[in-house]
Ligand binder design. Structure first.
Ligand code: ZN
Length: 190
């Protein structure tokens, strides 16, 4: 599947979700058995761990459709990069969608310079450059920081080897999107 078609499928599923017209396809025992010998997910979703943003539900997809990586603040690290590379190289997935969302808690903590405990500092340190980029922008700093974090992660991914090669070879597209907590709609932002 081409990345454009994969993105269309995601956005069509999100429209069904927003319109309360979900079909819950690929969630049966038949599907479970059909994919038991192999998987060909059509998109990687790098999303936040936030309980309100579960990719299979908000894109109305099922078993074997999405290769989902979730971490607070939808940041990158080497283990996440390796997971993405695996999906592209071994499973042939043509699209990575970096999915941020409104009022992300860990982005908010970074904006506020909140004192954070333990390993939460790893997340805050990863998000700080996005907050710095957002500061001069007009408007709400948290909204802008969420958007800047999505843009930054997309740019980091596109600059990372071998993902940058996959993109150059037209095997992969990387896009950024934001989830609206009020109406469930997803908007492509990067
Ligand atoms: Zn979040």
């Amino acid at each position: 599947m081409h990345a454009n078609r994969a993105l269309e499928k995601l956005m069509a599923g999100n429209r069904r979700y927003v319109d309360d017209q979900v079909v819950h396809h690929h969630q049966s025992g038949t599907r479970m058995r059909a994919i038991s010998k192999g998987q060909h997910p059509f998109a990687v979703i790098l999303g936040c761990a936030d309980s309100r943003v579960p990719p299979e539900i908000i894109f109305d997809q099922g078993l074997g459709d999405l290769f989902v990586i979730r971490v607070a603040g939808n940041i990158l690290d080497d283990a996440i990069l390796g997971s993405i590379e695996y999906a592209v190289e071994e499973l042939g997935t043509p699209l990575v969608l970096v999915l941020g969302h409104e009022r992300c808690g860990v982005v908010a903590a970074t904006v506020k310079h909140a004192a954070v405990l333990g390993h939460i500092s790893t997340l805050v340190n990863a998000i700080q450059p996005a907050v710095n980029q957002a500061k001069p922008r007009p408007g709400d700093l948290l909204d802008n920081a969420v958007k800047a974090n999505i843009e930054m992660v997309v740019a980091q991914l596109k600059a990372s080897m071998p993902v940058s090669e996959f993109v150059q070879q037209n095997r992969l597209n990387v896009v950024g999107a934001q989830y609206n907590l009020e109406d469930g709609a997803i908007e492509i932002t990067a």
